[in-house]
Design a protein around this ligand. Structure first.
Ligand code: F6P
Length: 549
């Protein structure tokens, strides 16, 4: 039975019990856990359709998970989940619901802030933007001179870039038309390369910005319009723009045609907005059918999250393990390693999802937090990581938890052979991290391969792998729109569970505001050459702005 909720997880009895449990189990090793329970994989894995979650290499026992489940109950997790899906205001600092789940399965959800049933608007907008995407793909939607769009450029940043960019890269046709590009950075370099070889008459810009005030996006959109109007008459420019925003006046002012603008709502957070019209460029890259399949995959995971018992609930278990490892075992970072090159942008996407949501040191109740809420998330494509930073994972002194993501089958027999090599490497990495190689094993291996006694003595300490480094595996049968939808929704819900237990609001991001304000001021000072207003380095910048020496 859940206790009445206080926002401080340390006040729950389960927190203190977990603390004691951590002290009592300091010497627990993955070797001993696996030796004691040869069926550990069966006991510590969950499968939902084409997604398998293997957490047998996490530093947990069934007692640990039992206590974590008690903590979840004492923090009112089950009702928090119901609240989010029902449209309650779960983002208190902004007074908003968080109804991204309604975008993939609208039902009759009511937005508590406005009191409106969301289904009709969600369905209407979905049909509109997917229809537009297909019309661009088929060439039915044309530019000002009647030519189809062969180049589509998404202009957005953060949640208005990372999700659509990931999906287009993971599932889009390689070399297909239209060629969909993404521009986010403020320095103009990405725009320049996105427009390389482009012809204005065949180019469509999609300005993606929930607020339509984001500096980087506005400046890239202005630059895109200048590039366009240098080649087509000003009055023709509108035929080359589409936009997604809650800000109609700003779209009016920018000159976006009414049939090329799509709505989102306050209750869709930027980093949760891929499923909305913000995903337009993803839909242009993969087509409306695939986009709908991705929504269906996410909806399947949503249903699992809502209805599976917490002990058999994939995102819940993933979150509980992270809380345990980060708060009670002191693990300081979280690495994401997809063993499928098509998912190479997943770490970037997850960085925003986790770090913008959990990177907080004040709880939702306004109290400061003396415990861990969110650790740095980083990563790269798994194969690449083995030849760059995996050394640190295996033998470095930083404590890291790893998420491996592997795809078993490719689209063709040849591609499947590649995936087989990928998953073999992934398993090898996970096993090496978990079980390492101790001095006796190194000595034996070296002796077996004919090494001299002096070489063994000299190299042995360097070859020991301490092991006992935790990881989980997400295994996909195929990388498909459906399985990708499941995986991304799973991570969203993991973040939600961590936030609810740790007491922070995962749906605001006040920490990005100060930098934005300061950037505006410094930009003005640089423009005005106001040396006295700038910090020390400002003098050098102003000097170097005069041009190359
Ligand atoms: O600066 C952070 C942020 O607000 C993100 O949360 C958001 O995804 C991104 O900026 C882009 O915002 P917008 O879609 O309003 O341009």
């Amino acid at each position: 039975m859940a206790e009445p909720t206080s926002n401080d997880p340390r006040k729950k009895t389960a927190w203190a019990l977990l603390h004691d449990h951590a002290l009592q189990n300091q010497n627990l090793t993955l070797r001993s856990l696996h030796a004691e329970d040869p069926q550990r994989f069966a006991h510590f894995s969950l499968q939902l359709n084409e997604l398998l979650f293997d957490y047998s290499r996490s530093l947990v026992t069934s007692d640990t998970l039992g206590l974590l489940l008690e903590l979840a109950a004492q923090c009112g997790l089950q009702s928090a989940i119901a609240d989010m899906f029902s449209g309650a205001v779960v983002n208190p600092t902004e007074g908003r619901a968080a109804l991204h789940t309604a975008l993939r399965n609208p039902g009759q959800v009511v937005d508590a802030a406005s009191g409106k049933v969301v289904e009709p608007q969600v369905n209407h907008e979905l049909e509109q933007f997917l229809g537009f995407a297909d019309a661009v793909r088929s060439g039915e939607r044309k530019g000002s001179t009647g030519k189809p769009f062969t180049r589509v450029v998404n202009i957005g940043i953060g949640g208005s870039d990372l999700g659509p960019r990931l999906v287009a890269d993971a599932l889009g046709d390689r070399g297909g038309l239209p060629d969909v590009r993404f521009v986010a950075g403020v320095d103009g370099m990405e725009l320049q390369s996105a427009l390389q070889g482009a012809d204005a008459e065949n180019t469509l810009f999609v300005v993606c910005s929930k607020t339509f005030t984001t500096l980087e996006t506005r400046s890239n959109a202005d630059a895109a319009r200048s590039w366009l109007t240098a080649q087509v008459p000003v009055e023709a420019a509108a035929a080359h723009f589409a936009a997604i925003s809650v800000n109609d006046p700003a779209m009016d002012e920018f000159g976006v045609a009414t049939d090329a603008r799509f709505r989102i709502w306050d209750w869709v957070g930027g980093r949760f907005s891929l499923w909305s019209a913000i995903g337009l460029c993803a839909a242009i890259a993969i087509g409306s059918d695939a986009f709908r399949k991705m929504l269906a995959g996410a909806a399947e995971l949503d249903a699992h999250f809502q209805s599976a018992p917490l002990a058999e609930n994939i995102p819940v278990q993933a979150a509980l393990i992270s809380i345990w490892q980060q708060n009670f075992l002191g693990i300081g970072s979280h690495v994401v390693l997809p063993y499928d090159q098509r998912l190479k942008l997943l770490p970037d996407y997850l960085q925003q999802l986790f770090m913008e949501s959990l990177g907080k040191s004040v709880r939702a109740d306004g109290e400061s937090v003396p415990y861990q809420t969110g650790v740095p998330v980083w990563g790269a494509a798994g194969s690449h990581s083995q030849h760059s930073f995996a050394q640190l994972l295996h033998q470095g002194r930083s404590s890291v938890q790893v998420d491996y993501i592997g795809t078993v089958n490719g689209a063709s027999p040849e591609a499947s052979a590649g995936h087989r090599a990928g998953v073999a490497n992934m398993i090898a990495q996970a096993e090496a991290l978990a079980f390492g190689q101790d001095a006796d094993e190194v000595r034996q291996t070296m002796a077996d391969s004919g090494a001299t006694a002096s070489d063994i003595a000299r190299l042995l300490p360097h070859k020991v792998h301490p092991g006992n480094r935790p990881s989980v595996i997400y295994l996909l049968r195929h990388l498909s729109p459906h399985s990708l939808g499941m995986l991304l929704a799973c991570y969203e819900h993991q973040v939600f569970v961590q936030s609810r237990i740790l007491g922070v609001n995962p749906f605001d991001q006040w920490g990005v505001e100060l930098g934005k304000v300061r950037a505006k001021a410094f930009s003005d000072y640089l423009q005005a050459g106001a040396t006295n207003e700038l910090p020390g380095v400002g003098g050098v910048i102003l000097d170097w702005l005069k041009g190359p020496a």
